[in-house]
Write a protein that binds this ligand. Structure first.
Ligand code: NAD
Ligand code: ZN
Ligand code: ZN
Length: 229
């Protein structure tokens, strides 16, 4: 699944070289575009333009950004978040399971409930993580999450499965809840982990939840279009 193309091979699908360099800063290093990248040893003065959004960067800076990520053949514009290729994350290994349970969620008395179970054990960080070779912890697993078993709930489940396969649902970082570092944390795609009430804000009712999670999925490149192929 993970491709190992060089940054040059990846980039050439998404960029064009800029001949007339404008008097602007590179959004990655904040140096003038005309002055060359400070992230590369050779004084690389090539400026690249991303094809869809048109934003400009030092070639060296785009290469450095790609090399810091999951190196999956995709890049995301750091300025406007436009995604080129299929974005993957660095979610550590684990399991995603789901099943139907009979009780209803608040606000959905007519249907049963999808329960998703994520189980991620602790492990050792890989090259794609902040501190390769260092251990990471994994707290509060298995984590249980809920969706109504109706049309919108089933659609969100399908998109979450794609996001799981692309390693987008969790990452390794510092937990905002516990302040623990080098631990498995949620990665910007919200889940409902509270059943039957909404004391934590991570339960139902939440009239905006479906729109919110769909837009969080879309900002990681996971949209209804992904369900067609
Ligand atoms: P975090 O606290 O770094 O927050 C990352 C994102 O997850 C934020 O957007 C936040 O809104 C969301 N989030 C926080 N708590 C959530 C919850 N209970 N349900 C759904 N989303 C939540 O992320 P984290 O450290 O991965 O998650 C914290 C949650 O994980 C805790 O509330 C708890 O449920 C669980 N946890 C349990 C233990 C334990 O020892 N039992 C330890 C750490 C975390
Ligand atoms: Zn730069
Ligand atoms: Zn852009």
């Amino acid at each position: 699944l993970i491709r190992v193309d060089s940054p040059d091979d990846v980039m050439k699908k998404y960029v064009t070289k800029v001949k007339k360099i404008p008097d602007e800063e590179c959004p990655i290093c904040y140096e003038k575009l005309a002055d060359g990248s400070h992230y590369t040893e050779d004084t690389d003065d090539i400026v690249l333009k991303l094809s869809k959004c048109g934003h400009l960067f030092h070639r060296g800076c785009l290469h450095a950004m790609y090399s810091c990520g999951p190196k999956d053949g995709s890049i995301q514009c750091p300025t406007c978040k436009t995604i080129y290729g299929v974005k993957h994350g660095n979610q550590p290994p684990g399991r995603m399971d789901y099943h139907i349970i009979p009780p209803s969620l608040q606000g959905f008395p007519e249907c049963s409930t999808i329960r998703i179970i994520y189980d991620i054990p602790p492990g050792t960080q890989g090259a794609e993580h902040p501190n390769p070779g260092k251990r990471y912890s994994a707290r509060g697993f298995p984590r249980h999450c809920y969706l109504p078993d109706n049309e919108i709930g089933r659609k969100i489940l399908k998109l979450l499965i794609i996001a799981w396969e692309r390693r987008l649902l969790f990452t390794i970082g510092t937990s905002a809840t516990t302040s623990e570092s080098s631990t498995v944390v949620w990665n910007e795609i919200h889940h409902k982990t509270e059943f039957g009430s909404n004391v934590t804000g991570h339960g139902f009712p939440d009239p905006n939840y479906f729109d919110n999670v769909l837009s969080e999925l879309a900002s990681q490149g996971v949209t209804e279009d992904c369900l067609k192929d």
